[in-house]
Design a protein around this ligand. Structure first.
Ligand SMILES: [Zn+2]
Ligand SMILES: [Zn+2]
Length: 239
């Protein structure tokens, strides 16, 4: 049943009817855009590492948040990462429809998914991961900046803009070390930062981008930097 459900998602997202669940198209949608049944079928990321949101193979039996082994040994610059869903379908299809086909409906659903369990945003400003201008021209928009602006509007927060001054190769082909190396000097963040900055991205892969931006933001005066994305990929072997 689950396989069939997943298999139909892409087509259904494109044909989505107002008033019906975006994922199954058969039940009436809640105001978020999907039904209660699909809410339980979504790929949640419970018990993830609070610092990098690395998924756990099993949910912890207690409610204590535990750091993953990587963060214990080499903590990233961000104090916390919120990524409540796994980068698998149907969230993966949403991210791809949004990013590569500029589907506003997919973008709006991602914003709603993120708002189901937002981080503490008290006195925070949001900032989307900056994109190099040449890449933004090719793609037509910066998906992380779009998410940050929508979230900021919904939460009544300021949204800031950084700059990416280095054309980065496709990060998914690189392991974390190579990503970190590549990212050095790539970002310029605003110099008047609030004490608390939340960086928004569409998906967290190794956390290298969040780490580099958080490092720059801390240097520029932020006291605490967090990362917030709808989805997290398993860290796997490329760490
Ligand atoms: Zn549904
Ligand atoms: Zn971790």
């Amino acid at each position: 049943m689950l396989t069939t459900w997943l298999g139909r998602i892409e087509e259904r997202l494109r044909q989505a009817l107002p008033g019906y669940c975006a994922f199954c198209q058969s039940n009436p949608a809640s105001e978020k855009g999907w039904c209660d049944e699909c809410q339980t079928l979504l790929p949640h990321n419970p018990g993830a590492c609070p610092m990098c949101a690395e998924p756990r193979s099993q949910s912890p039996t207690d409610s204590v948040e535990r750091l993953c082994g990587h963060c214990l040994i080499e903590p990233p610059a961000m104090a916390r990462t919120t990524a409540d869903f796994l980068y698998t379908d149907p969230v993966k299809t949403l991210v791809r429809d949004f990013k590569y086909h500029a589907s506003t409906r997919a973008g709006v659903l991602l914003v709603e998914l993120m708002l189901t369990s937002p981080p503490d945003t008290t006195d925070a400003a949001l900032m989307g991961v900056p994109m190099h201008p040449a890449k933004a021209r090719e793609r037509g928009f910066n998906q992380a900046d779009w998410l940050a602006r929508q979230l900021a509007r919904r939460l009544g927060l300021a949204s800031l803009e950084g700059r990416c001054v280095k054309r980065l190769p496709a990060q998914h082909t690189l392991n974390r070390r190579a990503r970190l190396e590549n990212l050095r000097g790539a970002f310029i963040v605003p110099q008047c930062l609030p004490e608390r900055l939340i960086i928004v991205d569409d998906v967290v892969t190794t956390g290298a981008t969040g780490h580099e931006l958080a490092r720059q933001a801390l240097k520029a005066g932020a006291r605490r930097v967090e990362l917030w994305a709808p989805a997290r990929t398993p860290r796997g072997r490329d760490w």
